[in-house]
Design a protein around this ligand. Sequence first.
Ligand code: IMP
Length: 432
Amino acid sequence: MTNCVVVGSQWGDEGKGKIVDWLSERADIVVRYQGGHNAGHTLVIDGVSYKLSLLPSGVVRPGKMAVIGNGVVVDPHALIAEMGRLAAQGVKVTPENLRIAENATLILSLHRELDGMREDAASNSGTKIGTTRRGIGPAYEDKVGRRAIRVMDLADRDALEAKVERILTHHNALRRGFGAPEVEHKDIMEELTSIAETVLPFMDSVWQLLDKERRKGSRILFEGAQGSLLDIDHGTYPFVTSSNTVAGQAAAGSGMGPGSLGYILGITKAYTTRVGEGPFPTELTDEIGQFLGEKGHEFGTVTGRKRRCGWFDAALVRQSVATNGITGIALTKLDVLDGLEELKICVGYMLDGQKIDYLPASQAAQARVEPIYITLEGWKESTVGARTWAELPAQAIKYVRQVEELIGAPVALLSTSPERDDTILVTDPFED
Ligand code: IMP
């Protein structure tokens, strides 16, 4: 297939960075279509580490076009800072290699402040989400509320004045509720004017650009952020991010029709992790959970928070295979399981005495489910760096086969270390 969508099939942090980087080398265009600078990953190219958060991975590869689609919420300050960090490493981000959708929503400082005020207030009431405090949710609220400032508004000062007035009426009312000082019209105008000159040269009609490239036969890689269980509709609501993270959003968030999306690759960690609050049926709070966290370096890239760890939950991933239309998965971090005596996989749940094979949609039921496990023998040998099936111990292959069977999708790629070449390729998503 010409195009490929990469999605996280769990709660994010599945190791998308390495796989996206591996695929971006073979793509012409890399597109972000949801989320914002709440995402984060580190790319290691020729021994140099690049930390990306808002910019699509393609930006660090010469000759590739990086695109920020309309579904992304763009914090211009974070954008400029990230471009500055890359420039210091010798990577030039110019309008030649980065385009930003004219209809993408901007995150303003008042969104970040509101995110923080809400999380602080919620700490005492038990309703905390554990957000990244980057203003993601408040910015999406303004988008859906039809009062957002979008990239194109930076080019029209008169229209901008009226839009700023409108957004401030809303935010100042909220801020009064938190006892926070009101934001002045002139301060927002100054904030926006100061960044307009830097951001506007990157502005483009992304749907037209992608349509043209698709017709030319360019390979387009859609880079998802977060994971399917953090999807605003299909995730563990309300403990989710504020965008649709499932593969269908690659179309809506970029303006390319869903029929052209191509291969849907679900990045899947060989165990489960989650950051922030919310239900997590297979969470391990014992020494095995600690082992996974330490061996898997499970700390958030953006916030540095410790990730919660647990057994692989096949019921959840099976659900993600359905909600994303996953063609195949990239299984990551199998090596973290090396040395464990036995391994458990959750195959379904008990809910009020009934067996179910999916995570119920209600928050209360999600908190009550008890995982049903199967147990597999572990393996003593190291799988680190394996590049062929023959290098894997028999029990590790058995584990992978069991995962495939339970989730109902084949392994297309198997990643056996953070090194880009430590990958077993079964199916090339671009050539399937
Ligand atoms: P927000 O996206 O900052 O609003 O945070 C909402 C929830 O999504 C929180 O539980 C965050 O920890 C989680 N989240 C957001 N971005 C990521 C990510 O890139 N990886 C994992 N979790 C994330």
